[in-house]
Structures are given as C-alpha cells and as structure tokens.
Design a protein around this ligand. Sequence first.
Ligand code: TYM
Length: 329
Amino acid sequence: MTSTLPARARCFSGIQPSGAVHIGNDLGAIRNYVALQDRFESIYCIVDFHALTSTHDPEAMRQRTREMAAALLALGLDPARCTLFVQSHRPEVTELMWLFTTVTPVGWLQRTPTYKEKRANQPDDLNHGLLTYPVLQAADIVLYKASVVPVGKDQAAHLELSREIVRAFNSRYGETFPEPQAVYTEAPVVLGTDGVKKMSKSVGNTIPVFAPEDEIRRTIMGMVTDTLRIRRTDPGHPERCNVCQLHRFYGDDYEEIWEGERTARTGCVDTKKLLAERLLRHYAPARERYAELMAHPATLDAILEEGADRLKPIVDATMAEVRAKMGLR
Ligand code: TYM
C-alpha cells in the first residue's frame, strides 16, 4: 500500500500512555513505526491529551508517559531517524482541534464505534473528550500534513473520520491538507488471552511486553486455546487457536506447530510453554534496553523535549496557513 505514496510523504502515529505496552500494540502498530522510520519522515507521539479522557491520576500520567517513551525506544524507535514527542508538549494541536470541530457534524462523532464502546464501558465518566476524541486525532495527524499512518485495524473508523474532516476543511477553505491513509501490519487485529476479543488494556486480556518474566509466563499459560477441543487426543482447530496463531510472529516453524495441533500430536500446554519461551527470547534485548532507559529518566525527558522542539517550525507554518485561510489573521 505504501508503494503508491510519494517518497517524501510524512508518517505520523500516536499511542496512549494509558497502560503497559502489550504485544497487540507491537504486532499491530509499533513494528510498522520502526519499519517506516527509514522510508518516511516519521513522527511518533505519546498522546497524553487523549489519555486524559480515561485517566485522571496526574502521577500515573507522568509515570506512564515515561514508560511509554522507554518502551517505544526499546522496541526500535531511534531519535536520530524519527521524531518522538509528547502530545501536550506541542499544545497548538488543541487550537487546530477546535478549528476542526467547527467543520465536523456532531452526528459523525456520535456514530463512531469507539465512542459507543466508551459510552458502555465508562458510563460514570462520559466526558466531552470522549466524543471529540477523533477530532483531536485528525488534528494530530494533519498538523504535520502527514499522509501515512501506521495503526491497528481498531483505528480504521478514526482514520476514516480524519479523512472526512480533512475533506470538509479542504472543501470549505481550499486544498490545505492531504488525506491520511492507514497502513497495517500483517497482524492488524491481535486477539487477547481470551482468544475472542481484541487484545486491549481496557478488556484486561493483554500479554505485556515489559512485565516480569514469571508474569508473562503465567499469562501465556492461562490463555484460552481451542475451545472446540475437549480431550488431548481430539484433532485441534489451530486456525481458531490464538496461541497457535501467535506462533506465526515468534518463530519460523508455524506450519509445523499448526500440524502438531491439528493432528493432536502436541498438546496446548506444550504449545503455550514454547510460545512463552520464544516470546521472552524475542523481546529479551528490548527488555534489557527498557530497564536501562527507565534507569535514566533525565535522558528520556531530554529526548522528548528535543522531539517537541524539532517540530515547532512545521507546526508554526501549518497554523499560520490555517489561521489565514479561516480569516483569523
Ligand atoms: P492505542 O493507544 O489504543 O493503541 C496504539 C496502537 O496499537 C494498536 N493496537 C492494536 N493493533 C492490533 N491488535 C490489537 N489488539 C491492538 N491494540 C492496539 C492501535 O491500533 C494503535 O495503532 N486513538 C489511538 C491513538 C492516537 C492516534 C493518533 C493514532 C491518537 N492520535 C493519530 C494514529 C494517529 C489509540 O487510542 O491507540
């Protein structure tokens, strides 16, 4: 998909500092952040403004923002090849968001699946930010005139809304922003440990990347596998088994694992044990880097500050153009 884009296109993505990074984040999005940093001018953002719609604890916000920065760097973002920053360090995005709200019909926002989900999940905290959330996301992306957006499939509706907001703005005020395109990995939807729902912090079915080893092992050993299989000797359904499916990404013998499960040659416990070992081996270098980075908070803070500073000229140029087009200056 990215082969049709101009080489100088800008890439942007955001991730909420709302909990520990899990393998759904990595397989569904972060792998692509890392891969695309050499192909495009890439900007990655820890979206603390967005996270405020569900987290109201200032200490947790500060801590998780640092943890997210350490996690992204440990997994392969390189400040020499991309820009990493915190959303609230470039607060101009909130001005652009306001301007975008004036071209966004409320009905578009009320129909967003994530808003409907949040309405059901946090009825006691149905704040206005939850409704406006996708407008801020559109502003995030186009403040940098980015057109390439690596995300998981759960963000498809938000991306479509961003495109609609861009069209609404461009048709009213003249061609200003490119329409952003989502870019997916080979694992656009990673299922959780329950084997049914999307892996998600809010569902609580995640496999965290940087948790202690025994916690990761315990989580994997507790995964729901093939629910149709009753006895060890029954032939399995590896296509439905999330444990088997995850082996695709942590080894090179998926077909063998598939066959072992299909013919009941290998049992669920063995397949899970193997997955835990492979996953820990795969993430061992990142886990080491993460511990080092977390031991040097001042270095992390400096990387994030530098990232926000680097973006100022782009932001100033976009905002000057938008204000002029809207008759504000
Ligand atoms: P967030 O923080 O929920 O998730 C970060 C990224 O991880 C992907 N992801 C998954 N991919 C596959 N399978 C899963 N189970 C899974 N869980 C999470 C998400 O799709 C996402 O790419 N609204 C965004 C943050 C955002 C943003 C933006 C993204 C704010 N502004 C601008 C792109 C561009 C969010 O809540 O992601």
